[in-house]
Design a protein around this ligand. Structure first.
Ligand SMILES: C[S@@+](CC[C@H](N)C(=O)[O-])C[C@H]1O[C@@H](n2cnc3c(N)ncnc32)[C@H](O)[C@@H]1O
Length: 197
């Protein structure tokens, strides 16, 4: 079991070294850097006990780092079983009881179970011509729209004050009731809050 305090100021590179090589090699493109996670979780209410959902949690980096830095609950939903296994393997190394991973398609999740949401361009592989995590995703604009529309409709149902963070997700527009509080990191990171119905 690792001592959490040793990891509270771990560098991004050192954190990635905790993963096997094939997961680490995907980090630059697919997993959130720690400096981004630090800002995102603060806006999402991690230091005030929010229940946070990572939409497409990959190898679990966002949730595990969030769980180390705060006492809030983090749930990662990820459709690739092998990534959920890697996330759970790494999770076992830490004494964290505030982080869990669910192997499921986001289409099967009810956002009302959560308070705040993290969205790092989860569906982009569906319409990308390269830089896939693996070859198991079919090119499909229809699926891309289906997933995006599902997230949109779930966000629509959330109460006023719901917080959202999008990262590298210029193509995704949340419902117009969500307003931008701040854009950071050259516009890559956007902090949103639901202000109206
Ligand atoms: C860009 S990665 C982000 C990983 C993680 N959020 C992080 O920041 O480290 C997006 C992830 O979303 C997953 N994903 C894509 N479509 C999904 C869906 N429909 N349901 C659940 N997960 C999905 C992908 O398999 C991928 O692991």
């Amino acid at each position: 079991m690792k001592q959490l305090e040793l990891y509270s100021d771990i560098s991004n590179q050192d954190f990635d070294k905790l993963y096997p090589e094939y997961i680490r090699s995907l980090s630059n493109i697919h997993w959130t850097p720690i400096e981004i996670i630090e800002v995102a979780i603060e806006w999402l209410g991690a230091y005030s006990g929010a229940n946070i959902l990572d939409i497409g949690s990959g190898a679990g980096k966002f949730c595990i780092v969030g769980g180390i830095l705060s006492n809030s609950k983090f749930t990662g939903i990820e459709k690739r079983g092998n990534l959920v296994s890697e996330a759970n393997k790494l999770l076992k190394n830490f004494e964290l009881n505030n982080v869990r991973f669910i192997n499921a398609n986001i289409l099967n999740s009810d956002f009302r179970k959560y308070d705040a949401f993290y969205y790092f361009n989860p569906f982009c592989e569906q319409i990308a011509s390269c830089q896939w995590i693996d070859q198991n995703i079919s090119f499909s604009k229809t699926k891309y729209r289906l997933y995006e529309n599902y997230v949109y409709s779930q966000l629509l149902k959330m109460p006023l004050g719901t917080r959202l963070v999008t990262y590298c997700s210029h193509d995704f527009s949340p419902p117009s009731s969500y307003k931008i509080k701040e854009m950071m990191f050259n516009g890559l990171l956007v902090l949103w809050i639901k202000k109206t119905f």
